[in-house]
Structure formats: structure tokens, C-alpha cells
Ligand binder design. Structure first.
Ligand SMILES: [Zn+2]
Length: 154
């Protein structure tokens, strides 16, 4: 693998081991040219997924981006990184299982909301407020009210 820092082609794997849930192999890599170290993950990919935005734009499904938005929603919440990794894996498997290569962003967003709702209410509201793109505070308040109704219904 090419060094992401200096572009040197001959880099080394220093350590290779499965992640905690054994869903991926984590490799520590080293560049003898510039001394940089970084990590790569080897994961199962059953399908090439493409995410389609509401305006029709398409982009390859980016699990790192998904993990980052989860990490932002879960900032300072009592949820560890491995849990985020497992959620992302679960969402990716479910998306692959849909049998479609092109997935509307809405579907991904709903899956994230579902996971966060079960995991952490604060993170759920944070994610929902960004995901649903509330333009007015009032919309957000209404949303939180409906949230309360759902809780009572459960
Ligand atoms: Zn390098």
C-alpha cells in the first residue's frame, strides 16, 4: 500500500489482528521512507453500494463518513468506539441485504435513527436535528414533542 503521507510505495505491515467483534482485520502500517504510521481495516464487502441524495446526486457509500456522523451524534455520550463500529457494520449489512446497489440517503438516515433511538436518546435527537435539517426552532420543538408521544405509545 502506498504511504498516504509521502507516497512511498514500499510500506510494511507491523501488526495485524481482528477487531473485537471479529468483523474486520485491523493492520498497523509503517512507512520506512518517512516513518509515518497508520491503520487500515480489511472488511467484508458484499456489494458496491451507491447512496442517492434527494437531489439525485450519487456517491459511493462511505462507511467512514457514516461512522463520523455517528461519532458526532454520540460525542461525550457513554458509548464506545467498538459499539459505533458494530452499528456501522449492521447498517452496511442491512443495506447490502436490500438487494439494491443504489440506496436513497433517506433509507440510510432512517436506519441510523432507528439504531440511535434504541441506543441513546440524546444522540438520537442530535442526529435527527441535523438529519431532518430543521430550518426553524419550532420544527425542532414539534419533533421533540412527537418524540414524547412515541415514548408514551411504547
Ligand atoms: Zn511515507
Amino acid at each position: 500500500m502506498r504511504c498516504p503521507f509521502c507516497g512511498h510505495l514500499d510500506t510494511q505491515v507491523k501488526d495485524s489482528r481482528p477487531t473485537e467483534d471479529h468483523a474486520a482485520i485491523r493492520r498497523r502500517r509503517f512507512c520506512p521512507e518517512c516513518g509515518s504510521r497508520w491503520t487500515t481495516f480489511e472488511r467484508v464487502q458484499l456489494r458496491e453500494l451507491v447512496v442517492v441524495k434527494s437531489n439525485g446526486d450519487k456517491a459511493p457509500f462511505d462507511r467512514d463518513k457514516l461512522a463520523r456522523s455517528l461519532a458526532i451524534a454520540l460525542r461525550k455520550r457513554p458509548v464506545d468506539e467498538d459499539r459505533i463500529e458494530r452499528i456501522v457494520n449492521g447498517i452496511q449489512r442491512r443495506l447490502e441485504a436490500l438487494g439494491e446497489n443504489e440506496i436513497p440517503t433517506k433509507v440510510v438516515g432512517e436506519m441510523v435513527m432507528e439504531n440511535l433511538r434504541d441506543l441513546d436518546m440524546v444522540a438520537y435527537v442530535r442526529f435527527a436535528s441535523v438529519y431532518k435539517n430543521f430550518r426553524e426552532a419550532r420544527d425542532f420543538e414539534e419533533f421533540v414533542e412527537h418524540l414524547g408521544e412515541d415514548d408514551l405509545a411504547d
